[in-house]
Design a protein around this ligand. Sequence first.
Ligand code: SF4
Length: 702
Amino acid sequence: MTETEKRIAAKIPGEDTGIEIKKSVCPVCDRACGINAYVKDGKIIKIEGCETSPGGKGFLCPRGISARGYIYKKDRVLYPLKRVGERGEGRFERISWDEAYRTIAEKLGAVKAQYGPQAVTVYSGHTKWYRTFVQRFAYSFGTPNYATESSCCFTHGYMAGKSVLGFNVGPDMKNAGVFLGWSYCPHRDPRDLKAVLSFKKNGGKLIVVDCRRTQAAEIADIFLQPIPGTDLAIILCMANILIENGWIDKEYIDKYVYGFDKFRAAAAKYGKDNIEALSGVKYEDIYKACELIHGHLPMAINKFNGHHVNGFNANRALYALSAITGCYDVKGGQSPKPFAFQHMGGGFKTLDREFCEAKRPLSPLPIGCDKFPLWNWYEHEAQAISIPDSVLNGEPYPTKAIMAFGLNYRMWPDSQRMKEALNKLDFFADMDLFLTDTAKMADIVLPAASTVERSDLKFYPGGYMWYPAPVIEPLGESRPDEQVVCDLAEIMDLDDPVLRSGVVATYDHILRDLSFKIKDVSGPDPVKVADFKPWQPMQALTAGLPTPTRKIELSCSVIEDHPEWGLCSVPDYMPAFDEKEAAEYPLVLVAGARNKNRFHSRLTNHPWERAAAGEIDIQIHPDDAAELGIKDGDRVVVETRTGSIELKASVTEVSRRGSVNIYHDDPSAPANDIIPSDRRDPYTGFPAFKSSRCRIRKAASR
Ligand code: SF4
């Protein structure tokens, strides 16, 4: 081996080796960590964290480390495809982009002509950052039915922020005295773990509340493990204890809070007499947590994924804890993090929302918004979980075609029902990186380029923005999603000169109120933009919040003004389960806890991650397992009133007694298949992924 060959084998960059380092962002999840891609002969041969990037600062999580394998995974869609077999069968033939575009234009046009534009739903899954284009496309086409995976992701938490405070907020853990970590799992990411360990080392107190006993419980000063779905009752009990003991900031409340008396009355219903029966947590333990909070203010709190019927209200009540202790808009508490673009904060504002709103059809109401009017009020988009109702039952009117960017039917509760809905459509097109089981249902499949093969607008804390250049050519004939949207707008002759002007011109249109254009943030590194304004404590409260009352709303004035919605203006607990099911289905099924090796279904079946994550399992508490005669490693059948799946049992104290946990989105044991689709948060329409009733039995031996 020559010296140069040795250097090539060691992947050392240089003129002699022909290896170049190019900066980009990790394609796997939304945190957009910076990467150094080692490129040789147009191919990425190695990926490492980029130390100069504000996204990650050199760190890659276990998922990011697998990014190269993700980009080059064997089931990448490389060319536009037309289905020639049955839906789901996976038989396609390659077609040109021209034919794909023409077919989509004709089919969507035909549905519009026959049933009206609302019969077409335009859907976006992962990633989120091109959504502004997709939403505008839907509206310019004429349909109000723009839908996204955010209908069951985190938007219930963002909605809670909007209703209480007017915008999204985040915790200032570094300066906090106590951190309330609700369903908090820092061990999933080295950066989060480093932050909490440093917080603890500096004397910070950590309270962890989680129905699962994760590693975070081991480093907590106080750990509370409620029955899944009952978080809200505990938060209200905490509020009650804080108020009863006078451990609140009365002056702050008088000045900045609206609806305190109503909230106090709601909280007063949860205390010594009922909280243990409701939540499984002792009143004395909750009291101790409140003592710790009172003794170590300011308090920072994380948002959490309350995927159950009380999810929106639980997040609202957490914001209320922050408000009554005087911890919002202060150092060490919660600070405003308004979105600059999509769900990314930036410390400045683009016009992405206005860009979409300018074309939004005001009637009919989007799908699901008749049943979930508060969702419609804040989000102005279809509640995607209601799509099967529209396709299969014509509620509130029929959907006949879906133009999707990254749709995964396994995201839906009772996923087979969504699959059945896809099967019933007159036309379904899906753009994706991979030929997924959902893409196999499509009539036309379009090949998507990953983030390293295209530019993608990114925002980072501290006012950084970046529109990185692609580091490799798109694989096969794959294209950026934004480009496809702009091309379709042109081919379909939509009345939208902005979209039709192309991707960069559209971004510049969205940035027009700022002091820079897209070319100014297209260099080799993220750019700190001059428009960034750092947050100053009490700035938001002094100026008045963007809520109708300009105050922190513990009673939501929007709900107060709409009694016809039948919603409660203050967060009040509703039973997490249908207790009639308890006798037949004695256990509580929790699906959707995060896995450090995967991001939902992304990386499922990636060989490295498969090896690290192991076979999908159901986690059962040792006492429940003993009662059921189940041993670690046994095959078991999990049944709900919706269906059943079979998988391996892991006997572990991670699960609370009486509840079991399954990672979602693994096709070998798809937990969402058995989550009932009719139990939803009445405020947001979110499904109860984390609190369905189930039973378990040992599988018949094979
Ligand atoms: S997968 Fe990991 S490394 Fe990649 S962006 Fe997400 S957090 Fe960062």
